[in-house]
Design a protein around this ligand. Sequence first.
Ligand code: UDP
Ligand code: LCN
Length: 819
Amino acid sequence: TSSSSSIMKRSDSIVDSMPDALRQSRYHMKKCFLKYVEKGNRMMKLHHIMQEMETVIDDKDEQAQLLDSLIGYILRTSQEAAVVPPYIAFASRPNPGSWEFVKVNSNDLSVEGITATDYLKFKETIIDETWANDENTLEIDFGSMDFNLPNMSLPDSIGNGVNFTSKFITSKLYAQSGGQQLVDYLLSLNHQGENLMINDTLNTVSKLKAALILAHASLSSLPNDTPYQSFELRFKEWGFEKGWGDNAERAKATIRCLLEVLQAPDPVNLEALFSRIPNIFNVVLFSIHGYFGQSNVLGLPDTGGQVVYVLDQVVAMEEELLMRIKQQGLNFKPQILVVTRLLPDAKGTKCNQQLEPVTNTKHSHILRLPFRTEKGVLRKWISRFDIYPYLENFTQDASAKIVEMMEGKPDLIIGNYTDGNLVASLVASKLGTTLGTIAHALEKTKYEDSDMNWKQLDPKYHFSCQFTADMIAMNSADFIITSTFQEIAGSKDRPGQYESHTAFTLPGLYRVVSGINVFDPKFNIASPGADQTVYFPYAETQNRFTTFRPAIEELLFSKVENDEHIGYLEDKNKPIIFSMARLDTVKNITGLTEWFGANKRLRSLVNLVVVAGFFDPSKSKDREEMAEIKKMHLLIEKYQLKGQIRWIAAQTDKKRNSELYRFIADSKGAFVQPALYEAFGLTVIEAMNCGLPTFATNQGGPAEIIVDGVSGFQIDPNHGDESSNKIADFFQKCKEDPGYWNRISEGGLKRIYECYTWKIYANKVLNMGNIYTFWRRLNKEQKEAKQRYIELFYNLHYKNLVRTVPIASDEAQPAPVTR
Ligand code: UDP
Ligand code: LCN
């Protein structure tokens, strides 16, 4: 930020500027680098690099000076460093998505630029020298299959793939075939065998153009609202089929769009044209793990926002499909299937039902299929980390059932999370369907050095399977839907989730020299929304679900402790700060409890209410949840929180929850989302939709959702004091200026309506489906070559890894089931 970044121009590479920079501070740097190598082989993170630099330079002024100098800047851009004395190799990330690797000799401070591959090898020597130096170590290079493909070049274009792809398609279309490929594509459009848009009489660009001009002229003489049926016959004689529009106005506009695309390359018209082309009717979504249901499931382990996201997505997508189909002048029924796991031990949920209609839709269903093993059907819930052995059978069962139910292949398949994405990619490749993937979280970034330390972590987490499956899915995908920019390419100081798959290594297993490229135009940002029929502003009193009022009052304020709530609130007139999440370590509910406990000023201003997990650790099957429950009890004890805290067990009724958010808003309170890292954070937008001022973590998605101080506040989960004071300041200020609370509340709502609604989402995703389906065709040969490479990786490698994951058995449970 400061002067040092201006010393190093963006065009300067680190390898070029580092020698000079080291020379300028040679005395300190010698000491510093000796310190770095002193402990022998190891990995260092940025904070180690900085801390150890500070320990060798005692003088505070000199420290500050150094930090501000060029070498300070260079060191600050390092994400990590690998130490193998006398060398230290730095992985620098001057900008999102751009990396540079240098190796410094600590004896003479000489600098050498190295490739990503050499950096990985160097890193591996820390763990397994023989493997690192073996010339035949397996290297995975997905980039090698992307020859000839365009990539974007500027960080600001990351995540805007549809736009870039349209540009590229337009130029390619004319260069290669003068537009014939588009004609061929239109010829191939059909719905259950029935031709759409054009038939064989218009099979060349010139014939099509001539007919379009004729049709346009004839439509010009008709009133705009003339129904399609009135000119259908004439259209048919010219070679046109249904799909142009439901009336003269729409049909004319579609014709104009196509004519313009055929006349001159123009990405804007191309995008508009594709949003009108009838191409998607049947969609399959995969969301496999956890309890996938419409009630009583939220807050259960592994069952959180993904379920909410997928269900809301179905509603929005069906609505958008119905609207588009009607505008196209068609009367087909769209079909959306959400395919998930059937859980015979459904624990009171409906997860043991095979088929369930999706609420608020007309034609969409949840399809559940059980996990099959040699021993029969698996009855119980299993952690998402242990799910790999069941996915291949699941894929077979799913694809057969889908084709049966849809009476053919779907037009679009979308996966969710590692398991859903893997199965989606296998089914899509089998059926030849366009594939979109979504990662609600890529676990690799959640656990520090989970790649380098995969061997230790594998028995517990099976990351070798997970990371391999993730690579397969993201490389198979025609497009990737992300919720935020940071998910792809991170922020200034933190690499994105996908970015961390650019180059990494699993020592002893394989080295990924090119996993994914964040500049690949398959990346698109389409942020989710919240169900606005449920999460609406507290001030819309006429819509409020008042029936929940007594229940919520009991939940918050009764003095009893029971299975649903413990702790109590002495002073009911104070505003409430509220949080709700699964009781996972990363959600950091215990962190928030501790900040609150330790901040007297905050405690004097507000009460704390959290909805999370439940209270008896011995009843939890989830390894992380158990530890967090214990910690909550300890903190309540340590800070004597009873009287100021209400801890409520996981809640599953979203309507009631929405009323809870609004109840907190009535108290002029706030929502706090304190996660150590959050991929997106649906609770953040739920709270904002209810008009509740929101404080959310600056680590991950919420940092993009909230404009600090305008539509809410960002807090740093790693600096609890600072964060709890920021919250306290807010409430202090609200006391002095009551209008302040309203301004933040309104700022949040404004932000939501502009950027975070399901309507915006559905429109974007269907446009992706259309554009990338065409792009797949144009790029067929290369796509197939890459798919071959992926298949090899899947069959020769992934399958072996899956064999290391134990197959669960229902018999191991305390009460044996007899069958
Ligand atoms: N949720 C809930 N009850 C709980 C905890 C969470 O209904 O006890 C809901 C919450 O309202 C949100 C979703 O679960 O809709 C959590 O999504 P988020 O993106 O915040 O986190 P995730 O659990 O997906 O990591
Ligand atoms: C999973 C998460 O961890 C959240 O950050 C997201 O909001 C949710 O899925 C929906 O995408």
